[in-house]
Design a protein around this ligand. Structure first.
Ligand SMILES: Cc1cc2nc3c(=O)[nH]c(=O)nc-3n(C[C@H](O)[C@H](O)[C@H](O)COP(=O)(O)OP(=O)(O)OC[C@H]3O[C@@H](n4cnc5c(N)ncnc54)[C@H](O)[C@@H]3O)c2cc1C
Length: 484
């Protein structure tokens, strides 16, 4: 039977406590995905007090919804960086990804991690004659870096393509197992982890950050925002500096599996990797703001994959920057940010931890300049109007109720005690009532009928059918309170 959850979440994981009192710490890390936990790990030998909090469960954000390829062959990133910056920036990015890969492999081997890490060749291909030159360009830059990619016209699953290149020194792993291994070996009496602890607000007073988590406050000297979407960094104008890309993923069970991972260079993107008896396919990628009601992402991806033995299906969002470089670094004294990994956050998150370790401990880092989150450049500024348009479009589209017409019976939208609500009846006929407006910026929520979640079409907040906030910028749940 098909499961509407990420294949990685189909395991039992250790649970960590919720914060139940005020706390004081030297370093607070907000977010228990690959970025936050890698940073927590890197600070393992730091004598300071450290607290890591996650608003839900460790690894349940973008990290356990990804394909978890650990690769430096990332579409035609080096051509893009060489064209929009210069050769040296492209080379520095390449070196940073190689360093992150080495770090993951070293950590796994040194600590004997049980996380299904294995070498896995990465392919970049095109099925279009018109794109052969793009593959050639990327090949040439990789050669200039000293790499020796191989060439061909067939993928390991026998798919014929117009051109492909591949490299061997790349890996795959199980992202949720990796996260929990990091947590297991890094937490101790001075380095604490709390789950279900949502930071709602950060206020700086007298060189201390006061971070509100429900009824409690965490006082911290330094704060790392590794929450994927850094909504509390007002007025950093984050929604204008990036956009959110949504993709659908399907895992199919197969008799014959070839061990490899591949991504095309074209639009629409199609990506694949093996895991045990499964192929994981990614597609239907688009700017979240232009989502359709109801979503056609899942059927569209189904049309593109040959196998119909679907075992899992889910979706994921990542934060995309306009100059193809992540935001990693200090945005105010002692306030650090790491996000915008452009769908390459396994390496990006680990790279962030290496940079942040240096910055937190007041040492320079050679990548500090290119990933500076406060950088301004032409690409970014030119996109401000585009982003204002797409944010406004998704807000208005949600408000004029396009999706409400699509779902007439279950779920349905109504008003209770003057409040806009949506009601979903589960398979046991139990009603789940939620407020139908996203607490982040007020967009109307849409129902994700595959995964049974309430999703915000503007900035990607997601809620369970009971209304618990599980992903994205919203700080608050949407469960309907009958007393109101
Ligand atoms: C379809 C798809 C496929 C991908 N495949 C790959 C791949 O193969 N290889 C690769 O390198 N990258 C891949 N990525 C990218 C990768 O998934 C992300 O870049 C990466 O997981 C981001 O990690 P993170 O730790 O920054 O964020 P997350 O994993 O989202 O972690 C952030 C955490 O912060 C918590 N949080 C949020 N707000 C708060 C708050 N207020 N208080 C407390 N906690 C909070 C969340 O609960 C969450 O657990 C893919 C992305 C997509 C969309």
């Amino acid at each position: 039977m098909m499961k509407n959850i990420p294949i990685w979440q189909d395991i039992k994981t250790k649970k960590y406590p919720k914060l139940e009192e005020d706390a004081e710490t030297d370093i607070l890390i907000i977010g228990g995905g690959i970025t936050g936990l890698s940073t927590f790990y890197e600070l393992k030998n730091n004598p300071c007090k450290i607290i890591l909090v996650d608003k839900y469960l460790l690894g349940y954000g973008a990290t356990s919804r990804s394909t978890a390829k650990i690769t430096y062959l990332q579409e035609n990133i080096y051509t893009k960086l060489k064209n929009s910056f210069d050769f040296n920036t492209a080379k520095l990015y390449y070196e940073s990804q190689k360093e992150a890969i080495k770090q993951i492999v070293d950590i796994c081997h040194k600590n004997d991690f049980d996380c299904d890490l294995e070498p896995n060749s990465s392919y970049l291909y095109t099925t279009k004659k018109s794109e052969i030159n793009k593959i050639e360009e990327e090949y040439n830059i990789l050669e200039m870096f000293g790499e020796k990619p191989q060439k061909g016209i067939t993928l390991p699953n026998n798919k014929k393509v117009k051109s492909q290149i591949y490299v061997n020194n790349t890996y795959v792993f199980h992202p949720l197992k990796y996260i929990h291994e990091l947590a297991r070996i890094s937490h101790n009496k001075e380095h604490l982890i709390y789950e279900n602890t949502n930071i709602e607000e950060i206020v700086k007073q007298n060189n201390l950050f006061y971070c509100k988590a429900g009824d409690y406050t965490i006082k911290a000297r330094q704060v790392v925002v590794a929450s994927h979407y850094p909504n509390f960094l007002f007025p950093y104008l984050f929604p204008l500096k990036c956009y959110i890309e949504k993709s659908t993923l399907i895992a199919t069970k197969e008799k014959n599996i070839n061990k490899f991972n591949a991504i095309n260079i074209s639009n629409p993107i199609l990506s694949i990797r093996n895991y045990q008896d499964y192929y994981i396919h990614v597609g239907s990628t688009h700017n979240l703001c232009f989502d359709t009601y109801p979503s056609s992402d899942y059927p569209d991806l189904l049309k593109q994959i040959p196998s119909k033995n679907i075992s899992y299906n889910w979706s994921n969002h990542d934060i995309m920057t306009y100059d193809n470089l992540p935001f990693i670094g200090e945005i105010k004294p002692n306030l650090f940010l790491a996000t915008g990994f452009n769908t390459w956050g396994m390496t990006g998150g680990v790279l962030s931890s290496l940079i942040l370790k240096d910055l937190l401990e007041k040492r320079p880092n050679k990548y500090e300049y290119i990933f500076n989150p406060l950088r301004n450049n032409k690409e970014k500024l030119l996109k401000y109007p585009v982003n204002i348009f797409s944010n406004t479009y998704s807000f208005i589209a949600s408000k004029i109720n396009l999706h409400k017409k699509a779902y007439k019976k279950n779920p349905y939208y109504t008003e209770l005690n003057g409040q806009k609500v949506a009601i979903y009846k589960d398979e046991n006929n139990k009603e789940h009532i939620v407020y139908s407006t996203c607490p982040h910026l007020g967009c109307s929520l849409i129902f994700n009928k595959e995964e049974k979640t309430w999703d915000c079409p503007c900035h990607g907040s997601r809620f369970t059918i009971e209304g618990k906030s599980i992903i994205g910028p919203s700080d608050y749940d949407i469960s309907y309170d009958k007393k109101n």
